[in-house]
Design a protein around this ligand. Structure first.
Ligand SMILES: *Cc1c(COP(=O)(O)O)cnc(C)c1O
Length: 475
């Protein structure tokens, strides 16, 4: 068994097994509980010692399918509302399989003109979809965390150059600390990016005007005036507790006034730009110096998928490229080597599922989906407002609904514990999946609706299961 060369004829059959499993799995996905507790024992089948001889292709793929289909979290189904987790459109999922089938060494044009060209095309399509100028540079990343890292690394390079330093070559030694300002909506992944970049996650100076974290633009204006030299502003387009937005246009004006860099984290919120109904939420994003977003959330492309855009298209190359290895293309290679434009080197052809889904559904497909999810969020918000024992904690702006259980007569100091227990029970129940957060000191549910499969039935089920569990836990 052991040498894969002896099994070379099994590849197509193995893929056929996956394709055969796909139909029944996808067919059952809309009705499966998000979680099945009895699947626990299946995970043990993953375990054991590394075998000497190997079990062979077909046996191993069969085993992986058995365990995987049974034990997976069915988060790509329509009722996974925790965090902000999208599914996979049919075209994106098939595009992802094509990516695996072709197994392109993506990063250098030389190793895959196909992947390189596809990346260029989808980046242009995405800029068009989001109303970003075509002149922006960009790169596909594994996630929004990496897209934030990419944008903030470019910011750091720009900031270093303003101090006469080349941070890519020489690092940060001898430079002052890079000033970073944001409102309270800043996502932990932007801090993580700063911590990886050597700027420190606590470099962020948070200027909020309330306990929800809304940015204090006037205070930021003053703070920027007091900083001698360039600074970086992080604008947040889509905050994870309520889906609220920083006023990007005002932040862009501040950046202009003070010669600062504006980085926008639009992991899911950038998709507001896909519909005229919601695009006012991201007005001004086209004035940002760098923009980060996710493909595996609202684009409904399989993990791992994100993208970063940078206004100055020459900056990513200075930030991530020019290693001078003799076997790599030189910096003046006329072909695009995405290797040099982002934090990764070798990577999968993650442009292909993006290409497939954008080609399949077009602008109107994504507009309709964003509008439907907005409608569904408003529907849930309406149900919450009508219910005497539920309390909506923030206006529904996009696709997130932040609320808590608040039955009459229960004192405020008991509500957090009560809602925490509802969250735990809800996750254990598994019919719908939504957990808790802390919003302005209150324990709250904050379901997010970004999956293409989700319909009114799923939203109504979410509301009724929350009601049922709350009634049980509350007594
Ligand atoms: C999800 C999210 C991120 C991080 O995205 P990953 O894809 O998990 O890396 C960053 N910012 C915001 C606002 C998010 O919602």
């Amino acid at each position: 068994m052991s040498d894969p060369l002896n099994e070379r004829d099994t590849a197509a059959a193995a893929l056929g097994m996956v394709a055969e499993a796909a139909g029944p799995y996808l067919g059952s996905l809309p009705d499966l509980p998000v979680h099945d507790h009895d699947a626990g024992g299946l995970l043990d089948l993953l375990d054991g010692e590394l075998s000497e001889d190997g079990a062979g292709t077909l046996d191993s793929v069969a085993q992986l399918l058995r365990v995987g289909v049974g034990a997976a979290t069915h988060s790509s189904g329509p009722r996974f509302f925790h965090f902000i987790v999208g599914g996979s459109t049919p075209a994106a999922q098939a595009g992802d399989w094509v990516t695996s089938l072709l197994d392109q060494a993506t990063g250098l044009w030389l190793t895959s003109p196909l992947a390189s060209r596809a990346e260029t095309v989808v980046l242009r399509w995405l800029k068009d979809l989001f109303g970003l100028p075509r002149s922006y540079g960009g790169v596909l990343t594994p996630s929004a965390t990496f897209a934030n890292l990419t944008g903030l690394a470019c910011a750091r390079q720009w900031w270093g150059e303003r101090h006469g330093a080349d941070v890519a070559a020489d690092g940060l030694a001898g430079l002052p600390r890079m000033p970073v300002l944001s409102g309270g909506y800043i996502h932990p992944s932007s801090r993580k990016a700063l911590q990886v970049l050597g700027c420190g996650r606590d470099a962020v100076r948070v200027l909020s005007r309330d306990d929800a974290g809304r940015v204090d633009v006037a205070a930021m204006d003053r703070a920027l005036g007091e900083i001698a030299g360039p600074a970086v502003i992080v604008g947040n387009a889509g905050e994870v507790n309520t889906g609220d937005f920083d006023p990007l246009d005002e932040l862009a004006t501040l950046a202009e006034r003070h010669g600062a860099w504006l980085h926008v984290d639009g992991a899911f919120g950038l998709f507001a730009a896909t519909t005229p109904r919601l695009s006012h939420l991201v007005a001004g994003v086209e004035r940002a110096h760098s923009v980060a977003a996710d493909g595996h959330k609202w684009l409904n492309v399989p993990y791992e998928s994100g993208f970063a855009f940078v206004r100055d298209p020459a900056l990513p190359g200075r930030t991530f490229g020019a290693w001078g290895a003799p076997y790599l293309p030189s910096a003046d290679d006329p072909n695009i080597n995405y290797n040099f434009l982002g934090p990764e080197s070798s990577r999968r052809a993650r442009a292909l599922p993006i290409w497939a889904t954008l080609r399949a559904y077009g602008r109107s497909g994504y507009r309709e989906m964003a509008e439907r999810h907005h409608d569904l969020a408003l529907r849930l918000g309406g149900i919450v407002e009508q219910a005497p024992d539920l309390e909506l904690l923030a206006p529904v702006r996009l696709c997130v609904v932040c609320f808590r259980y608040r039955p009459p007569g229960v004192p405020e100091e008991e509500l957090n514990e009560l809602n925490r227990r509802i969250g735990v029970e809800l996750l254990a129940d598994g019919r719908v999946f939504a957990g808790t957060t802390t919003y302005r000191g209150m324990t709250a549910l904050r379901p997010a609706i970004v999956n293409w499969r989700t319909t009114e039935t799923d939203i109504d089920l979410l509301a009724s299961v929350v009601g049922e569990i709350a009634a049980r836990v509350g007594t």
